[in-house]
Design a binder for this molecule. Structure first.
Ligand SMILES: Cc1cc2nc3c(=O)[nH]c(=O)nc-3n(C[C@H](O)[C@H](O)[C@H](O)COP(=O)(O)O)c2cc1C
Length: 303
């Protein structure tokens, strides 16, 4: 029988029993599904990104599926912050960290949402500065270093729990944006890569919204590069995300500089037990290669 190594880690100011966290947007709009995933071995969970008002999202088709990636343009459907307290209450009964993801257009909007999330009892706030397909939010906010700095400063000055900034890969210089967000307790890299697909028989874009965000194993090399670059240039505390499907993928992110990783599309593709499978694989790798803990592996590949 495999003896589980010490998988504990502290990432972005939050302690986790293992380095795997459910990513925002996948089975995390509902308290019971979050709880179930935490019970199946995830060390923590990020909620769906929540805004001030309830949003229906876009009309279908909202997803393009491919063997190695999916492209989604959901349009940030969510119940709105006032309706989300009950879901967090249910999710918290699993006894593991819940990170509240929020989106807004300006610092005041983010602050109002963060204060509500604090009242609901989350352990950290994840600022979605990076949704690639919703006008006025996401990348439009997250590609402006002055606005990013202002948002982070406003939240750090008023909120007592850790603040994570989730950045977009759809920018010219990730280091410039990372620097603007450097007062955050954790930098989350990466959100989806702006993409599209065309139906050649219908001769038109597949997604109703035309453009979407690509996730899944195809984006992993982009995520690894950005985690590495931010670790090397700025030395910040990082949570890696993008295309993780196996223990080897998670270890690659950790060696590039991540203290923990998030998993999204692979939960959709392979099911909830992916967390225990990846945890066992990481543990075996640590045993075979003499790593005592996650922090000893974090950033070892950075030169
Ligand atoms: C269907 C879907 C919905 C998503 N919704 C959100 C969201 O609400 N907020 C957010 O920050 N990221 C969202 N993401 C991005 C993921 O959290 C993650 O950053 C991205 O998918 C890359 O990781 P993966 O390849 O493991 O899925 C979403 C991704 C997918 C596939």
């Amino acid at each position: 029988m495999l003896i589980m190594r010490n998988l504990k880690t502290t990432a972005g100011g939050v302690s986790f029993e293992n380095p795997l966290i459910l990513a925002s947007g996948i089975l995390d709009e509902n308290g019971y599904t979050i709880k179930r995933i935490l019970e199946e071995g995830s060390g923590g969970a990020v909620t769906k990104s929540i805004g001030m008002e309830e949003r229906d999202g876009y009309m279908p088709p909202v997803v393009v599926e491919h063997e190695n990636y999916i492209i989604n343009a959901m349009g940030l459907p969510n119940p709105g912050i006032e309706n989300f307290g009950e879901e967090i209450k249910i999710a918290r009964t699993a006894g593991k960290p819940i990170i509240g993801s929020i989106y807004a257009a300006d610092p005041e909007g983010f602050l109002n949402l963060a204060e509500k999330m604090v009242d609901y009892g989350v352990q950290a706030i994840e600022l979605n500065l990076s949704c690639p397909h919703v006008k006025g939010f996401g990348t439009e906010v997250g590609s402006d270093p002055v606005l990013v700095k202002e948002i982070v400063k406003t939240l750090k000055g008023s909120i007592d729990i850790p603040i994570w900034s989730k950045l977009s890969p759809n920018v010219t210089s990730i280091v410039d944006i990372g620097r603007a967000a450097s007062d955050s307790d954790g930098i989350v890299l990466i959100n989806t890569v702006r993409a599209m697909a065309i139906d050649i028989y219908a001769r038109k874009p597949v997604l109703k919204n035309t453009y979407g965000g690509m996730s899944g194993s195809s984006i992993k090399p982009v995520g690894i590069r950005m985690v590495y670059e931010i670790k090397k240039e700025l030395g910040l505390n990082i949570i890696g995300v993008g295309g993780i499907e196996s223990a080897e993928d998670a270890i690659e992110y950790i060696m590039a500089g991540a203290s923990a990783v998030q998993i999204g599309t692979a939960v959709w593709k392979y099911g909830r037990n992916i967390f225990s499978t990846i945890n066992s694989g990481i543990s075996k790798f640590m045993e075979d290669n003499g790593y005592e803990n996650i922090s000893k592996m974090t950033g070892v590949a950075v030169q």
